[in-house]
Each structure stands twice: as C-alpha cells, then as structure tokens.
Design a protein around this ligand. Sequence first.
Ligand code: C5P
Length: 398
Amino acid sequence: MLKHKNIILGVCGSIAAYKSAFLVRLLVKAGANVKVILTPDGANFITPLTLATLSKNPVYTQYFEEETGVWSNHVELGLWADLIIIAPISANTLAKLATGICDNLLTAVYLSAKCPVYVAPAMDLDMWKHESTQANIAKINSYGNTVIAPGSGELASGLYGEGRMAEPEEIISFLDEAIKKSMPLYGKKVMVTAGPTYEAIDPVRFIGNHSSGKMGFALADELARLGADVTLIAGPTAQKCDQNVIRKDVVSAQQMFEACSSVFPETDITVMCAAVADYRPKTVATNKIKKQDSNLVLELEKTVDILANLGQAKKANQILVGFALETNDEENYAKGKLEKKNLDLVILNSLNDKGAGFKSDTNKITIFNRALERTVFEMKSKTDVAKDICSAILKIVK
Ligand code: C5P
C-alpha cells in the first residue's frame, strides 16, 4: 500500500528517535519515497547522516541550511507529501500541533500539508497521562489527525508503563491498513476476465483469437489500486498482473465459465473483458488429426455466453460491466448488449478506430450506462482507459 507514496517522516526529540532509523528502512523497503524532517531537538538524538543514508534523500532540519545556502520550502514539502508520519512525536510537538504553534520546519510543514497526518507519541508515563497531553491528543484527533497509541513496557527512564512508541513494524501495518480503508473500493470484491480462450481441435491445435489480455490486466491492476479485492480469470496470455490480484488461469470458454460461476456469487463488481470464443469444435480428437488429401470440415457448437448467464443471475447490489468489440453499427449493437445481457455499463471499442482493440497498447472507448447515456473518450493508453472505466464504475458504486 505504501508503494510510490511520498512520505514525510517527522522525528522529534525523544530517545525513541533511534527507532525512526528502522522505520525509514521499512518505508523504503515498502517502496515509499521518504523525506525526513528532524526537529532541532530530534537532531540531538539521531544524526541527519543516518536518516539521509537510509532514506536516500537529504534530511531537513531547518528552513535555511547555512552550509548549502538552500532554503527548504515548507509549503512545497507539505504539498509533496501523500502522508505525514511523526514518529516519535514528543509532548512538546504534540502541544504545538494542538495549538498551531509553528516555530520550526516540521510544524510549518504540518500546517501547510493537506494529506493525512499520523503521529506516534513517545514519552514518559506521567507525561503521557498528564491532562494537558491527553487534551492535546483529543484536540489533534478532532482536527482529523490519527494517533498511533503508544504501548506499555519498560521506558528509557527506568519506569514501567504506557508511553513506549509503537514499534516500526506496528506503524507500517497501521499505515497499510489505514491507507487500504481510505481507498474508494476498499472491501469490494471484484472479478475481471481477460485474454482469449483456446478451444481445442485436437491435442496440438486450437481455435483462438488475437486478444492479448492487456486491457483486462490493466483493469484488474487499476481496480486493485483502488483498494478492491480482485480475482482475475485469465485466458492464455503472457501478461503479468499486480501481486495484490488473485489470478486464476483457464484455457477454454467452458473453464472460464466454471471459474466465473464459482467466483461471481461473492462479487460486488464484475468486469468481463475476455474475448471468449463463441464456438468450439463439437468433438475434440484424441490424437493429432493427420493431413488428408481432401478438405477437413470441423463442426462447431456454441459455447456458453458467460456474460449473459451472469446477467441473469445478477442480484440488485451487483454491478456487471461488459465489453462490445464491434466492426459495424457499433453503438446500436453495444446498447443492445447492455439491455440483453442485463449490464450496468457496456464498454464499446470499435475495430474501425486505428489503435483500438486487440494487441495494441492503446484503446478508444465509448461507455454507455443503464440510462443509455454515452461518454466518448479519446484514444489513450490501456492503463488510462482502465482509469476511465473505473471512474465510471465508481460513479455507480457511490
Ligand atoms: O456478445 P458478445 O460476445 O459480443 O459480447 C461481448 C461481451 O461478452 C464481453 O464482455 C465478453 O467478455 C463477454 N462474453 C462472454 N462469454 C462469451 C462471449 C462473450 O462472457 N461466450
């Protein structure tokens, strides 16, 4: 969840500052971009060199770095951050956050930032219990900040009680969970189908199509990025999906139907992007069919229309999205599919648009919703098309 997130780690004057080195390591390991701001007293407990080396970024300690002559723009830093975590936060800085006192770079960045702010207090037990500290905690909570409660145990003073900063691993899990919960599709179960299906003729031959799976895989990744629990049912393809996506590989339309039927009842949102074969050989030869002098005639039978089946089984709280790849009278066919298959959205791509459809990295779509309202999009990368489709889905979820 922390991958590619811009994170500011504030470190205050507390013996627990030694743990911030571990925290930086874990944040960097999780793929976050980390910039550290030390309060003047924080710099007495841990060196900027340690934190700069671990974060791979310069450490900020004041507005104006005398040695370099560089002025640190607190507004820019605040807006850069996707998330601020102050760990450890001292009783002193807590009080500043509660009252808006802004006498160092960290408190100025805090006031400038628009992102979520988390604080992990560390102090002696009597300081933590003090009414003024608890009032400050209540105040900063009321501003929308989140306090990661300290644990109980041995304190640096030798006393025993509440006030130990949460362990770096606990902080990482806390942030992970908080980010997940703030995502628009958190808790939603989503199924996506992608790629072609292969219908066997004999042990070495099949009927397939040109689908690369790129569009469906981009959709699965984007839906997972929005916090959904995604199951991707994939036909034969070389594509790779995000590690958060549960992937089930299938080969034929029948296998895809069986996989979809078992997953569908639990899903909130289903996006059927696969290019499923409409026909398959009626019989599959057990041995490789030998070349003959005469022509070979294959009898084909219909495969099951997975989307139409799911449309019939769909409950009122389920969202079903289908694709229509057309070559003529595109809009009418797409609208017809929306009605006939009981869809909430149909995504039309036309093979008449150059750069749209199979194999290419781009696509050009038109989306119709239940009210048959039409939204036409420009040609875009399949990653960006996936974002547009997800925005249309989010409108229905809301
Ligand atoms: O009717 P048509 O095959 O054009 O509809 C395309 C849509 O139906 C796509 O969303 C595709 O994934 C789905 N489909 C299916 N099962 C089939 C054929 C198509 O789920 N046998």
